[in-house]
Design a protein around this ligand. Structure first.
Ligand SMILES: [Mn+2]
Length: 338
């Protein structure tokens, strides 16, 4: 059952789905397990319900998550001239996060925003934003159930992928009971979780581990060891035979929080096209979402990110300074010292 305050929006969205023939489902750039899983799970269910569906993922489907991907037309052009009845954008705090411009007639094509990011800008004609949900996949599972749309083992495999990855195997602080309820419902379909477990537990490449090793040797500690910082340049990646994507694959963002007295981390890294990226993580309540938003990015209170077309040193200086201030502020706030 959905939280009461979300029922109305959910019902309006379900009505739109029922009335739609052609539906486009999109998610954010550099899709993770939740973006890939929620898009593929929703598409499979809609297809089984007889809808004509297309997918839009700007960076395509990550190889390691290809096992959940259905037979579907995948759009990747930056401008999408939409003749769809519905565009459903999943797991994206704002429309720009998709990488697409949707050219649509708002009278014909309804834009639906389904997300769990606290930084969501409510950009849809209809918005279903549940910031307490562990994953977009948790929301899609609830929505499909509410709508009476098919959830078989095939749909469940997709949704389970996002549930497990975004909740970090149900370890997120403040995890709501609905995450476990969703997982129970998905498991009840008889789904085989082994492809998910194989990918997540043994899916790292040598280059991923080399980046992890580099990170563990080169991070710095600030603010009485409460903040870990790491800068990974293109030259560092080249030296160890790794590429930009291996920084995400390395697991280093969360690993830096495995030290007992470290509650926040920031990793700054660069792509070979002049774009620089920051990933922020925290535990214990330090709000890194506000830091990311102040730098033009977004995300969740304990996990967020931003990117900019500037030199890595410029972005690193700003990110580290802002994180230091955020950590200092958190540990000197009256509630904390009381
Ligand atoms: Mn997500």
């Amino acid at each position: 059952m959905l939280p009461a305050e979300l029922l109305n929006d959910a019902n309006a969205i379900i009505d739109r789905i029922r009335g739609a023939g052609k539906i486009l489902v999109a998610a954010h750039l550099r899709p993770d397990g939740d973006a890939t899983g929620s898009v593929s799970g929703l598409i499979k269910s809609l297809q089984k319900a007889g809808k004509s569906v297309e997918a839009a993922l700007f960076d395509g489907v990550p190889e390691k998550f290809a096992f959940v991907w259905p037979e579907v037309r995948l759009l990747r052009e930056p401008q999408i001239n939409s003749d769809h009845d519905l565009i459903m954008v999943l797991d994206s705090g704002d429309a720009d996060r998709t990488g697409f411009t949707f050219n649509r007639d708002p009278k014909k094509t309804c834009l639906i925003n389904i997300d769990h990011h606290a930084s969501n800008t409510m950009f849809g004609d209809l918005n279903y934003v549940d910031t307490g949900a562990s994953a977009a996949c948790e929301i899609i599972a609830a929505l499909l159930e509410q709508a009476g749309l098919p959830i078989d083992a095939d749909v469940a495999l997709s949704l389970m992928l996002g549930l497990v990855t975004d909740s970090r195997f149900f370890q997120n602080e403040g995890l709501r009971h609905t995450a476990h309820l969703a997982a129970a419902r998905l498991l009840k379909t008889g789904l085989d979780t082994s492809p998910i477990l194989n990918t997540l537990n043994s899916g790292r490449s040598e280059a991923d581990l080399r980046v992890q090793g580099f990170g563990l040797c080169n991070f710095r500690l600030e603010c009485n060891r409460r903040l870990a910082t790491l800068v990974v340049r293109q030259s560092d990646l080249k030296k160890i035979g790794a590429a930009f994507g291996n920084v995400y694959g390395s697991g280093i963002f969360n690993l830096l929080l495995s030290m007992g007295d470290t509650f926040a981390s920031v990793v700054i890294f660069e792509r070979d096209d002049g774009m620089s990226f920051c990933e922020f993580r925290s535990r214990g309540g330090v709000n890194v979402k506000d830091v990311a938003v102040s730098m033009g990015g977004g995300g969740h209170v304990p996990a967020s990110g931003c990117s900019r077309a500037v030199a890595i040193d410029e972005l690193a200086a700003e990110a580290i300074e802002k994180m230091k201030m955020q950590v200092e502020r958190f540990y000197t706030s009256p509630e904390k010292s009381a």
